[in-house]
Ligand binder design. Structure first.
Ligand code: FMN
Length: 312
C-alpha cells in the first residue's frame, strides 16, 4: 500500500517535480522499476537506472560484492545489457514507472558517453540523465571525473547531445578538490550534482593473503562513507551550488531518516539510497515517513526550507 503524498515533502529538483526527495541510487535497484515488486514506487521521488554503457558488459568475476563492518564493498564493473537492448526492453517500463526515472550513463570514451546519453535523451522517456564519471570498478570509470579538464571534455560533449532531459553529474567522494570539480560541472551545464559515488577501497583475506574482491579493489558504500559525504555536500553547497542555484543529490550511507535529514541540512535538495536497499528494500518508505515527521516538527511548510540550514 502506498504511504500517500505528504505535501511537506514535495520537491523540485532541477525543475523536475518529485513527490518527495528520496531517490533509489544507480546500480542498487535493478534496471528501472524492479523495486515495484517490493513497494509502490509512487512512495518515493525517483529511481535511477543501472549505469548503461554502449556495449553489453558482463562486469567483473565474483566475488564482486562483500559486506564490511560498516557497509559494502563492490566491484560489479558496470555489468549491464548495453544501450540498444536497454532501450528496447526497458523503455516501456520507464514509461509505466510511478516514480520519476533518471537514466544513468557510463562509458570508456567521450564517444561512448555521447552515444549512450544521446540515445537515452532521444527516447524522450528520461526526465534526467546522470553522467557517471566516478565508477571505481572499471579501468576507465574514473578517468573523466579525475580532474577538471577531463571533466570539461566529457561534459561539454554530453551537454551537446542532451536536449530533452536535465543533466545530472555524479562525482566521486575522493576528489582532491570537490569544489573545483563541482564548479566545473556547473560551468559545463550540469543541472544537478550527485554527491557521491562509492569510495575506492580494498579488503584482504588474511588466510589466503589475497584481496577479497576478484578485481582487487572496489568501492565502499554505506554508513562508513556517510560523514564524508555530509562534509562534501556541505562544502560544495556553501561554496558553489547554492549561489549557482544548482541542486545537490546527497548520496552515501543513508540508512535512516536522520541520515537523510543530515544531508538536507548540509545542502542536499534530494537524497539517494543504495546500500540500504540491500539491508531492507523497503527502507526508503521509512525514510520518507521520518522526513515528513521531521519537517513537520521543524515547523516548515516545505522540506526545501531546510536545505542547507545547518546552524554554524
Ligand atoms: C552493488 C552496487 C552497484 C552500484 N552500481 C552503480 C552504477 O551502476 N552506477 C553508479 O553511478 N553508481 C553505482 N553504485 C553506487 C551507488 O549508486 C551510490 O553512489 C553508492 O553506493 C553510495 O550510496 P549508498 O551508501 O547509499 O550505497 C553502486 C553501488 C553498489 C553498492
Amino acid at each position: 500500500m502506498s504511504v500517500g503524498v505528504p505535501q511537506l515533502l514535495l520537491t523540485k529538483l532541477a525543475g523536475i517535480d518529485l513527490r518527495n526527495p528520496v531517490i533509489a541510487a544507480a546500480g542498487t535497484c535493478g534496471y528501472v522499476d524492479e523495486l515495484a515488486d517490493i513497494f509502490d514506487l509512487s512512495d518515493i521521488g525517483a529511481v535511477t537506472t543501472k549505469s548503461i554503457t554502449r556495449e553489453v558488459r558482463e562486469g567483473n568475476a565474483p566475488w564482486r560484492i562483500i559486506p564490511t563492518r560498516s557497509g559494502m564493498l563492490n566491484a560489479i564493473g558496470l555489468a549491464n545489457k548495453g544501450i540498444d537492448r536497454f532501450l528496447f526492453e526497458e523503455v516501456p517500463r520507464v514509461r509505466g514507472c510511478k516514480a520519476v526515472v533518471i537514466g544513468s550513463v557510463a562509458g570508456h570514451t567521450i564517444d561512448d558517453y555521447v552515444a549512450v546519453a544521446g540515445a537515452m535523451d532521444a527516447s524522450q522517456e528520461f526526465r534526467a540523465i546522470e553522467v557517471n564519471v566516478s565508477c571505481p570498478n572499471t579501468s576507465t570509470g574514473r578517468h573523466f571525473g579525475a580532474d577538471p579538464s577531463t571533466l570539461r571534455e566529457v561534459l561539454t560533449a554530453v551537454r551537446g547531445a542532451v536536449s530533452h532531459a536535465k543533466l545530472f553529474v555524479k562525482l566521486a567522494p575522493d576528489m582532491a578538490d570537490p569544489i573545483a570539480m563541482s564548479a566545473m560541472a556547473i560551468e559545463c551545464g550540469a543541472n544537478a550534482l550527485v554527491l557521491c559515488n562509492t569510495m575506492p577501497a580494498m579488503a584482504i583475506d588474511v588466510h589466503t593473503r589475497k584481496p577479497r574482491l576478484s578485481r582487487g579493489k572496489g568501492g565502499l558504500s554505506g554508513p562508513a562513507v556517510h560523514p564524508i559525504v555530509v562534509r562534501i555536500v556541505h562544502d560544495v553547497y556553501a561554496a558553489v551550488a547554492r549561489d549557482a542555484g544548482v541542486p545537490i543529490i546527497g548520496l552515501g550511507g543513508v540508512m535512516s531518516w536522520e541520515d537523510a535529514a543530515e544531508l538536507i541540512l548540509a545542502g542536499a535538495t534530494a537524497v539517494g539510497m543504495g546500500t540500504a536497499l540491500f539491508v531492507d528494500p523497503k527502507s526508503p518508505r521509512r525514510v520518507v515517513r521520518g522526513l515528513d515527521k521531521w519537517a513537520c516538527d521543524q515547523g516548515v511548510t516545505q522540506i526545501s526550507q531546510l536545505v542547507g540550514q545547518v546552524v554554524s
